[in-house]
Each structure stands twice: as structure tokens, then as C-alpha cells.
Design a protein around this ligand. Structure first.
Ligand SMILES: [Zn+2]
Length: 299
């Protein structure tokens, strides 16, 4: 991965320059958000869980006006909207983003985050001996003070979101981002194409770990259609895809076609899932593919 770690030790966020004008702002093992700066303003793709104030690392990178673009309205992509003045999203997301994240969902997430941190302590010993996957950059962080699951409070909605049309171009000054609606993982998913460097910011439309396709929000047929459209329309224009979760914040553009093929195989019954659990411990069927898994509900 290109780029160097930045100075400044934030206890919760990892901020790293990936390219000229492109920064990763990560909550390790939770969410990858991306900051893209032009000559006049910046876009922050997703605002993460809201467990900590993501505007602090963003402001260390840029003093320019920041437009938040939510890749979709799921809780872990919009929690930090409250720290910004300007938000835009898919038209379907606008109404969802107007509602706060309720305390019970915040508490459930914090419970899992605490379990994950405890599991990391166990995993680290095995990792040191066998796998060597954890680095200073990707180790899970202790939850910030005052974020006990039992005392979880709702996360505020933040400013009203402006709807983004498919094909709309956001001009940052010398750098443009093209909006591409991509329903499938959720009806309100969108991607942003950085037209200069060919970076495709995909939210949960592509994942390097478990694709969440087992909630009521997922429409497999729409998912395949969106991925085939992106793969066809953007042929030759995408250098890297930038997913929001799990193993890596970057992947090759081949993931568009591989994911379309895999989701189609699941949808048409050509793939068999294994019983397993999702992050919350709920039963799922896990369909395994070369670079990712697809979770489906247990029938
Ligand atoms: Zn999602």
C-alpha cells in the first residue's frame, strides 16, 4: 500500500496518506473512511461509527470545507455526520439519515467492539507465532473513555443530507468525484469515482472480508445488476477499489467482476453456504470465494 503513516497519535483513528490528496481515516477493524482533497474543498466518504469524533483527524489533514458523502445510511457509515455541517447521500438514504441511531443499536455495537478487542488479545499471541497479520496500523484500539455499552446513548442524526443524483459530478477544485448509484447491499448504496486517479470508493458494495448480504436491506438481483453496470461502464477507468471494511482498504478492480459472479452464483443457487455466525453472533450461511465471503440468512 502506498503512503506513509502520519505524525500524530490518535488513540482511536489511524490517518494515513494513500495518494496525493487521498487519505485513509480508519477505525481499525471497524470502518475505513476516506478523505479526498481538491484545491477548494474536500469530501469525506463516510463518517464511521461515531464512537469518537472523526472531525479531529480530518481537521489535522485539511482546513478546507468538508462535504460528507455517506456511501449508504447504515449506522457504521454515518455515526460521525453530527460533527460536520454539510452532508450528501443517495436519495433513499436522506430520510434514513434524518433519524438518530437508537441507543440499543449503539449499545449492541459497543458490546461487539469490546468482545472484538478481548478476542484480539487472544489472537495476538497466535498472530505473533503463526500469522503476522497485525501491525501497529491495524490493531484494534481500546474503546474511548465513556463509551460503555451499558450507558450507550443515541447518536445524533447530524445535518439534513442533500440527495445526490446518479451521474452527478462533485467538483473539489482540480479534482472531480462522479456519483454512481449502486443498490444491492442496501437500496441507498452509492459509489464515488475519483476521475483523476481512478479510485472507486465503494462503501459496502465491495468488501475484502464478509459481504453483508443477509439483512433485509440486501437485494441480490439489484446487487448483481449494479456490479455488472460498474464493471462495464467503468472498464479501464478504475485503478483501485476502496472498500469500507475488513482486510484491506484497497483492492484491484477485478473485484467488481468477481463479486458480481459470486453474488450471481449465490442468487441462482449455484453456491452452497456453510453454517456460521456474523459479527453479532447471528446464524448465517457463509458462501466462501477466493477473496471474500458472502453472508446469507439461514432459510
Ligand atoms: Zn452497510
Amino acid at each position: 500500500m502506498a503512503g506513509e503513516p502520519t505524525a500524530g497519535q490518535d488513540p482511536w483513528f489511524v490517518t494515513r496518506k494513500l495518494r496525493d490528496g487521498v487519505w485513509l481515516v480508519a477505525e481499525p477493524w471497524h470502518v475505513y473512511c476516506f478523505l479526498i482533497t481538491g484545491a477548494e474543498r474536500a469530501v469525506l466518504v463516510d463518517t464511521g461509527t461515531g464512537i469518537a469524533d472523526i472531525s479531529a483527524p480530518v481537521r489535522r489533514v485539511t482546513g478546507m470545507p468538508v462535504l460528507v458523502v455517506n456511501s449508504h445510511a447504515h449506522d457504521d457509515h454515518r455515526g460521525g455526520n453530527v460533527f460536520f455541517d454539510e452532508v450528501a447521500a443517495h436519495p433513499v438514504a436522506v430520510e434514513r439519515l434524518a433519524r438518530p441511531v437508537p441507543a440499543d443499536r449503539v449499545g449492541a455495537y459497543l458490546t461487539v467492539a469490546a468482545e472484538q478487542l478481548a478476542a484480539y488479545e487472544t489472537a495476538l499471541a497466535l498472530d505473533d507465532r503463526y500469522f503476522h497479520l497485525f501491525t501497529a496500523d491495524n490493531r484494534p484500539r481500546p474503546l474511548p473513555p465513556g463509551t460503555a455499552a451499558a450507558a450507550a446513548a443515541p447518536i445524533g442524526a447530524g445535518p439534513a443530507a442533500r440527495p445526490l443524483a446518479d451521474g452527478e459530478v462533485i467538483d473539489l477544485g482540480g479534482r472531480t468525484l462522479r456519483v454512481l448509484h449502486s443498490p444491492g447491499h442496501s437500496p441507498d448504496s452509492l459509489c464515488l469515482l475519483d476521475e483523476r486517479d481512478g479510485l472507486l470508493f465503494v462503501g459496502d458494495t465491495l468488501i475484502t472480508g464478509d459481504f453483508w448480504a443477509h439483512t433485509d436491506d440486501t437485494d441480490l438481483e439489484a446487487f448483481v445488476t449494479s456490479l455488472r453496470r460498474l464493471d462495464g461502464e467503468l472498464a479501464g477507468q478504475v485503478s483501485r477499489v476502496m472498500p469500507a471494511h475488513t482486510r484491506s482498504c484497497e483492492a484491484g478492480p477485478h473485484l467488481l467482476r468477481d463479486a458480481a459472479d459470486a453474488i450471481e452464483a449465490v442468487h441462482t443457487g449455484r453456491s452452497t453456504g456453510e453454517p456460521g455466525l456474523d459479527l453479532y453472533g447471528r446464524p448465517v450461511l457463509r458462501h466462501r470465494f477466493a477473496e471474500f465471503n458472502i453472508l446469507r440468512p439461514v432459510a
